[in-house]
Design a protein around this ligand. Structure first.
Ligand SMILES: [Zn+2]
Length: 377
């Protein structure tokens, strides 16, 4: 079992994206204690073990990594001296018209040959927002017929249990501006920030009425100018039953068009609802942290999918998909901890992350070559 998980973890660290590739490596290499003393398990064996694995056995390893980093005082909040935030977001990990399992979600898609069923898997992931980096904490898979917010609440319940003091604020997109989600966060003594969208019409209508009578605060941030309004003590969300704060930021960004060389202005209008009081986080800092919600896309999902092959379906069962994702999250955290803490800044500046991952793969492939060279013709 440990050899199978170790082999998968090394495959992730090398960013190989192929069980067959890693199962053909091995020998007396740096990774031999991670893989096995003999030949690495076959791709079929790894897939079968991951399909039968008790996934909860992987989560304590992720937690252990967090605890080590926390104990060594290397995790720093991204936006405040004392407040840590967790970002929650959904991610579709795979989609297919042909391959499915009993736990696949389904949707009708219109194609040139008519309406067809597409099968897919979706998960909700939690990442800890830290200064200059993110730490991947946990995920929960969406079940057929289940709402994404219900999945997020299930994930939150485990986070409150496993990481009770790791974070103070939960940040999420507009889908999560719902009373059950807000209530769940608040009942555990945390705060929540969510994008405010049209489905909270009563609240938006009230806010816009109040804002139209107030002068905005103008904040400059590089080439962006923000006009910010900030209103507290709003009671226009009866389903939530607690007073909320709403922040609006109309942002004008100047950009020079490459083609014409002319300067143009891009305007975007942001609205957030939160339980965080102004006394804890002022308007300017609030807008900066609210925009950090995109870090889960930019720093986590994009990199995980592009370089870590996180969406690859190595074995098509819900357990295997979840177990491979958790292993990839562990590899991502270890890899970034190594780069940020073990490498000197001058070395870090010399090499890309891809180069370092390829060094891991090279170590494995070098030995593969050596073994192949010994084979009789
Ligand atoms: Zn499936």
């Amino acid at each position: 079992m440990s050899a199978v998980v170790g082999t998968a973890l090394v495959m992730e660290l090398a960013q190989m994206g192929s069980l067959n590739a890693v199962s053909q490596t091995g020998g007396n290499c740096f990774w031999k204690n991670w893989i096995t003393n003999g030949a690495p398990p076959s791709a079929d064996t790894i897939g079968r073990v991951f399909s039968l694995m008790e996934v909860n056995s992987l989560r304590p390893v992720l937690k252990h990594t967090y605890m080590r980093l926390k104990r060594n005082k290397v995790l720093h909040p991204a936006f405040h001296d004392n407040l840590f935030a967790v970002i929650i977001d959904g991610h579709e990990s795979s989609a297919s018209y042909l391959r499915c399992c009993p736990d696949c979600l389904q949707r009708q898609m219109k194609t040139a040959s008519g309406s067809v069923i597409q099968y897919y898997h979706r998960q909700v992931t939690a990442v800890l927002l830290c200064k200059d980096t993110v730490l991947l904490l946990d995920l929960e898979m969406q079940r057929p017929g289940e709402d994404e917010v219900a999945v997020a609440i299930r994930l939150l319940e485990r986070l409150f249990c496993d990481y009770p003091r790791a974070f103070d604020v939960v940040i999420a997109d507009g889908l999560y501006a719902r009373a059950p989600f807000f209530k769940k966060v608040v009942e555990h003594g945390k705060h929540v920030i969510a994008v405010l969208k049209d489905d909270r019409r009563d609240l938006i209508k009230d806010v816009m009425g109040i804002l139209s009578q107030e002068q905005p605060v103008v904040v400059k941030d590089g080439t962006t100018t923000r006009q910010c309004w900030d209103v507290e003590e709003l009671t226009s969300w009866p389903q939530f039953s607690e007073k909320v704060r709403v922040v609006r930021s109309v942002e004008t960004k100047k950009r020079k068009r490459q083609k014409t060389g002319k300067e143009e202005e891009l305007v975007s209008d942001w609205l957030w609802v939160t339980t965080l009081p102004k006394t804890l986080l002022g308007t300017e800092a609030f807008v900066v942290i609210a925009h950090k919600r995109w870090d889960i896309e930019n720093k986590a999902f994009n990199e995980l999918v592009t370089y870590w092959h996180a969406d690859h379906v190595y074995a098509h069962t819900r357990t295997a998909i979840k177990a491979f994702w958790l292993t990839t999250m562990l590899a991502y955290n270890l890899f970034h901890a190594f780069i940020n803490l073990n490498l000197k800044p001058v070395i870090r500046a010399l090499y890309t992350k891809s180069f370092i991952a390829s060094a891991v793969a090279a170590e494995l492939c070098k030995l593969k070559k050596r073994r192949s060279a010994k084979k009789p013709p």
